[in-house]
Design a protein around this ligand. Sequence first.
Ligand SMILES: [Zn+2]
Length: 361
Amino acid sequence: MKVLFQNADTGDNFEHDIIEKELRIRDIAIQIMKKYEIKKPPFFFTIMKENPTKETILEEDDVLSTIIEKKLDEKTPIWFRSSELHPDMVYKLRTERFEMSGYKLIEIGQKSVLIAGIGLIGADLAAHCATIGVKKIFVLDYGSVDWYNIYRQILYYKKDVFRPKVEVARENLEELGGLEVIPIRIEIPSFISSYNNPKLIEDALSQIESYVKKADYIITALDTFSARMTIQTLALANDKTLINTAAGLIGGVVQLVRPNVDPCLACGVYFERTQDIGACTLATFGTPKIIAGLTIDLLLDVIEDRVVEFNHIKFTPNYELEKGFFEKGSSCIFCDSPNGIIDSFQKKNKKPLLDWLFKTS
Ligand SMILES: [Zn+2]
């Protein structure tokens, strides 16, 4: 005799042939836990003839053949409810409303995103990527959770203080279900990184590059210009689209850099080595949130191949958004061809980047 068990929240059906006379609710619970990869037994309820207006909670020792006799009718299922769901089901429930509003879930699920820096903007970005259905997220950060992070950066809690951010991010994001997070704890070579010789920088670059190659899109949420330049070089040398984010006292910026389409982050920037300090941490409360949200919308435009007629969005301190299209400047040490730093890197010549990172003035 077939008995229908139904997940009360998702409508998922679980049919079971009741052959053994002594089969109990507990036995079904074990099978459901196995099928849906959940760790805690669900609880069960149904509607009985003797009490047709109210659900009756079933006990784990209840014998199924007795329940079936007393159940309202054959069509009434035995419902089960669990605080856990199969990861695929969690993914479906999390994303189906985006799908209803027109997002191409299949395309989004097939893409992977590397987020460099999971701090004030990057933690939001990582969480948002997981929410919209990106199934593979690389998180690159060398830092640990500190007492300042735990009330501003949504991935970290008090219990996480002193732990590497990438490990905590992986745990908390994978808890959402249906995605894989790859933690990369490598210091990004920059003017202020702690590497004391070019060989160590080269090793770090090779390691980071191996992940950049595996990701479809690269997003930078870093607080120094030189670290952004390093990631930009790795991204563009591998023909990956980059989205750069920044927030500070004077608002925030999202910049799109498609290989061979947009100017790079260094184009037209006059930059002094001594200015290489982060200001993201001083942004207003709302600015990083707005920047992260805009970045995700732009990422979706790029993933879903919509026409993007701008490559720069600025959020001003007066609550205004300014969109613009930046053109490449006349000369740029990074993206000039054929002798720029990025072109050289692509041709396996890392020296120009190393020279730039190590220059003393
Ligand atoms: Zn450039």
